[in-house]
Design a binder for this molecule. Structure first.
Ligand code: HEC
Length: 98
């Protein structure tokens, strides 16, 4: 009986989480997001930068600082990552929920 209840709870939880919020869908649509996720996490998690709020130029500077630390990226990747970070982590944005 307990197992059945647990199963039902898990099932409901799975479905409640299913429809992605509009905000999440929008984030996923930004082409720079996937690049940030795949590139920045090569050396550290987003804990290193998710609470930072700065404009696009400053993010670009951050990206070049990472290149100084050994990252290897194409100009196109740098542009897309700066676009995404500058839009998603600008001064107006609220810190990410934990
Ligand atoms: C080649 C490895 C590497 C990659 C890739 C990398 N970082 Fe870093 N990052 C580091 C190192 C090393 C530090 C310093 C860690 C420490 O101080 O403990 C750091 C620190 C930081 C810091 C805090 C210190 C500072 O200089 O501002 C931020 C913000 C940051 N990284 C953002 C990013 C972002 C955004 C990306 C993706 C565009 C990224 N990192 C990708 C190596 C990397």
């Amino acid at each position: 009986m307990m197992r059945l209840v647990l199963f039902a709870v898990l099932l409901v939880a799975a479905f409640v989480d299913l429809p992605p919020s509009a905000a999440r869908a929008q984030e996923a649509a930004h082409p720079g997001r996937a690049i940030v996720l795949s590139k920045c996490f090569q050396c550290h998690t987003d804990a290193m930068f998710r609470d930072q709020r700065q404009d696009r130029r400053a993010w670009e500077a951050t990206i070049y600082r990472m290149i100084g630390r050994g990252a290897l990226w194409t100009p196109e990747e740098i542009k897309l990552m700066a676009d995404y970070l500058g839009a998603e982590y600008d001064q107006a944005a609220k810190p990410a929920p934990r």
